[in-house]
Write a protein that binds this ligand. Structure first.
Ligand code: COS
Length: 381
């Protein structure tokens, strides 16, 4: 059961998605522009702060609240939804590990949607192998000097607050990694060209390039050497959000397939009356419901303050993203030639679904995390 506030938040996100995002989803997919007008609406509606504590300007909800918003927005457009979800991800290191001063300084602007955020971990040679990052942070007096290039960063260029993982002690490898807050405009911070993507094209993806970039020492999150743990805890907390995005995509694709199957007449009958189509719809509906139930239950587990959620978060992300891909492919199949045409929205859901199997850790990495944790649990018995 959702609380009264969660129901309100979900309904508000659903209304914005239906009335404001759905009509412009194809436009932003086509033009690849960043949907600032929608970000403004989300900001004015306080939705960026759903999961942030009230003392920092948020609505005081949890990860489930963030998931509900992400799901509803993604049902209309996963690319636009990512402006919201990427900000949630970028803010998590501050929320989970930041000092009181850092939270007071950065979270209120994020909660009000005044400044978007981005999370910078991935590099050209450090994707699945996140521990292979090469970006360095050298301490000089009361500053850190950051050098290196982060790749495929969601919201890069648009966001103003970046949480960045870099090696403060190269010799120690990932145990020498640290997390930093870098503000857009910092000296020595640049952005690469906007990437052209298969899906989520309304989302901005760029490199973030640091060349002797100066960051105040006060922007170190937690302690030196905690960077990899900050990154992993961030991903453990955010992966239910990817699951929610996948559920939204799957539901959106299913909505279209259902509508179409009721109105498309072949052989003198709506195609929904054919058992072949009905069974496909039944499987799609069941899979979406199962993915949603898992995503919500894992989000609740995160919100309960459970000590380790790595396995469950990975399971939710894995299951929901595979579901989104399958349901979107089946939605295209049900719509046949129309499904394949760009004039109709389902091929976009199929393109958008694919990334959920890849980002925040590929589904192969999720399986590694799940298996490793299952084995660890048997050893602890
Ligand atoms: N929470 C806390 N600590 C964690 C952790 C977690 N979820 N996962 C790993 N760690 C710790 C380990 O305990 C270990 O600590 P010690 O060195 O003190 O023993 C350290 O981090 C290294 O862990 P491990 O040896 O498992 O690291 P690997 O280099 O083998 O990396 C995975 C393993 C797969 C977990 C990691 O590289 C990963 O998550 N990759 C995907 C990255 C990703 O999601 N990228 C997307 C970027 S954001 S779009």
């Amino acid at each position: 059961m959702l609380t009264e506030q969660q129901t309100m938040v979900r309904d508000l996100a659903r209304k914005i998605a239906r009335e404001k995002i759905k009509p412009v989803a194809a436009h932003y997919d086509e033009t690849e522009e960043f949907a600032w007008p929608i970000m403004k609406i989300l900001g004015d509606s306080d939705l960026f702060g759903v999961h942030l504590p009230e003392q920092y300007g948020g609505l005081g909800g949890g990860i489930l609240d963030m998931c509900l918003v992400t799901e509803e927005l993604s049902r209309a457009c996963a690319g636009i939804a990512l402006g919201f979800a990427g900000t949630g991800l970028g803010a998590l290191p501050i929320l989970l590990h930041g000092s009181e001063e850092q939270k007071k300084k950065y979270l209120p602007d994020i909660a009000k949607g005044k400044r978007l955020a981005a999370f910078c971990l991935t590099e050209a040679e450090a994707g699945s192998d996140a521990g292979a990052i090469k970006t360095t942070a050298r301490k000089e007096g009361d500053k850190y000097i950051i050098n290196g290039t982060k790749q495929w960063i969601t919201n890069a260029g648009e966001a103003e607050i970046y949480t960045v993982i870099a090696l403060s002690d190269k010799a120690k490898g990932i145990r020498g990694a640290s997390a930093f807050i870098v503000e857009k405009g910092a000296k020595g911070m640049d952005f690469g060209k906007k990437e052209k993507k298969m899906g989520i094209r309304a989302s901005a993806t760029r490199e973030v390039i640091f060349t002797d970039c100066e960051v105040p020492a006060a922007n170190l999150i937690s302690r030196e050497g905690m960077g990899f743990i900050v990154a992993m805890k961030t991903l453990d907390t955010s992966r239910p959000g990817v699951a929610a995005q996948a559920v939204g995509i799957a539901q959106g694709a299913l909505d279209h397939a259902l509508d179409y199957s009721r109105t498309r007449v072949q052989f003198g009958q709506p195609i929904s009356s054919f058992q072949a189509v009905g069974h496909m719809l039944a499987d799609m509906g069941t899979q979406v419901e199962a993915a949603r139930a898992l995503a919500y239950s894992v989000a609740r587990l995160v919100d309960s303050g459970a000590k380790s959620v790595s396995k469950e978060s990975a399971m939710a992300k894995l299951f929901a993203s595979d579901t989104a891909m399958k349901v979107a492919v089946d939605a295209v199949q049900i719509m046949g030639g129309y499904g394949y045409m760009r004039d109709y929205p389902v091929e976009k859901y199929m393109r958008d679904a694919k990334i959920t199997q890849i980002y925040e850790g590929t589904n192969q990495i999720q399986r590694n995390v799940i298996a490793a944790n299952m084995i660890k649990e048997t050893l602890q018995k």
